[in-house]
Design a protein around this ligand. Structure first.
Ligand code: GLU
Ligand code: MG
Length: 450
């Protein structure tokens, strides 16, 4: 779509306001809104934004980054392809934006531009990536004491849970379809009030955009039903966590063949597929600081939770960080993909997807091999067995993850100095803030903000 197409469509649909959205270092979608009469001009020159917003944490506390102060400006430049009329918000549309410097170059702290640079890196290696998030979320109501209470206590995959969830899920599904997002599967999950709704894989940039749209749509539709939807990784200490697993595959740019597929391999995974997995596993201790991005994330990332606690891989192993997913009958080659379970929906999806793919590509460049796959829960192995298999425990707090992110120089190189500095400063400040509060505050705050 060109600018004129967007303006025509907005007018035809009776849109009054258009949201120019970006995602900050805390994974929060933010933006500014233009009236439709100024849309064309704003599509050309963007909407001005203070660079300080990328130093803002999830408490709106500004962190001291010299390039992100009261002085200066970046522009929110919309991507016309991402324009959508919001089905849940009459007369409002939204468009995803890059943050562009006044010299017209992508700003060094722009997450969406970062993801685009990783897409280019893959393409230079002859690779295109397809991916999608597979989100779990909790539906709850606020009780009189201000506590979140799940909408029901139905059992995992139960028909009773479908009855409880269906009115809101049906509206979510049709709102996703209206925005060009294809729902795939739905089911009530293990936790009280927990539901899972998967959507189809797309190219990498669209996958990140879709994750933003998905989260906002689920929350907005739930709200229309008088329900609060939350993607908090561990909404209640005694209930299952909400994963935001990433499914991904890599394809030959020229021949459009799935490069992960090898019919002769026991896991059906190709040599380049093993190398890619090795790269993700090699960097995973630091990578989780970006894919499991909140303080609350590490309550979920525990052994025995089917969310993975070890940097291991296995065929359909739901306790391994990388699950080599079994393929669909009749569509084996095309459906071959890997799932990263050490991932949740508090992440900025542009950073999470970009850093994960960059890690995989690093494995391909270095021709790494991930060692043996595990066909048991790695948590049931002894320390000696895990050491022999080269299986490392994932960080057990955001602080530990940030330390791993700093120690692995790959990430500072990959993200670039400004993005790396602002991300780690924002995240460390969140760790410090939650450390000063109790557990109920942490649960409640994550529930409300994510
Ligand atoms: N709820 C689990 C998690 O936190 C995932 C359960 C599953 O879908 O296997 O990731
Ligand atoms: Mg699930």
């Amino acid at each position: 779509m060109e600018i004129d197409d967007v303006v025509r469509l907005a007018k035809k649909e009776g849109v009054q306001l258009v949201e120019f959205l970006y995602v900050d270092n805390s994974g929060i979608a933010r933006g500014k809104v233009t009236h439709v009469d100024h849309l064309k001009g704003r599509m050309i020159s963007g909407i001005g934004l203070t660079p300080a917003m990328m130093a803002m944490n999830v408490f709106d506390h500004l962190q001291p980054i010299p390039e992100m102060t009261a002085v200066g400006e970046v522009r929110l430049m919309p991507d016309p392809e991402s324009f959508r009329v919001l089905p849940y918000h009459p007369k409002v549309a939204a468009v995803m934006c890059d943050q562009i410097s006044l010299n017209h170059e992508p700003w060094a702290a722009c997450p969406r531009s970062f993801l685009k640079s990783i897409i280019r890196q893959a393409e230079n290696m002859g690779i295109t990536v397809r991916a999608t998030y597979e989100d779990e979320f909790t539906l709850a109501r606020l009780n009189e004491e201000g506590k979140h209470v799940p909408i029901d206590e139905s059992l995992c995959f139960s028909a009773a849970g479908m009855v409880a969830g269906n009115p809101v899920i049906l509206d979510i599904v049709s709102a996703l379809k209206d925005q060009g997002i294809q729902p795939e599967q739905y089911y009530p999950e293990l936790g009280f009030g927990q539901h899972e709704l998967s959507i189809s894989a797309t190219d990498l940039l669209t996958a990140a955009d879709n994750q933003v749209i998905f989260r906002e749509t689920v929350k907005a539709i739930a709200r229309q039903h008088g329900i609060i939807a939350s993607f908090a990784p561990k909404p209640f200490v005694d209930q299952a966590g909400n994963g935001g697993h990433i499914h991904f595959s890599i394809w030959d740019k020229e021949s459009s063949k799935n490069l992960f597929w090898d019919a002769d391999d026991p896991l059906k995974l190709s040599e380049i597929g093993y190398q890619f997995a090795a790269g993700v596993l090699h960097h995973l201790k630091g990578l989780v600081a970006l894919t499991c991005a909140s303080v609350n994330s590490y309550r979920r990332l525990q052994p025995g939770s089917w969310s993975s606690a070890y940097a291991a891989f296995g065929k359909d192993n739901r306790e391994a960080a990388l699950r080599i997913a079994s393929t669909f009958w009749g569509n084996e080659e095309k459906s071959m993909n890997i799932e990263l379970k050490a991932s949740d929906s508090t992440a900025n999806p542009y950073l999470a997807l970009g850093a994960m793919i960059a890690s995989g590509l690093d494995g391909v460049k270095n021709k790494w091999h991930p060692g043996d796959y595990v066909d048991v829960d790695p948590g049931t192995l002894t320390d000696e067995e895990r050491a022999r298999l080269g299986i490392k425990k994932l960080p057990s707090s955001l602080l530990e993850a940030l330390e791993a992110l700093r120690t692995d120089s790959f990430f500072a190189d990959t993200l670039g100095d400004l993005l790396f500095r602002s991300y780690t400063a924002v995240k460390k400040s969140e760790y410090d803030m939650f450390a000063r509060h109790d557990v109920p505050f942490e649960l409640n705050y994550h529930f409300a903000k994510y």
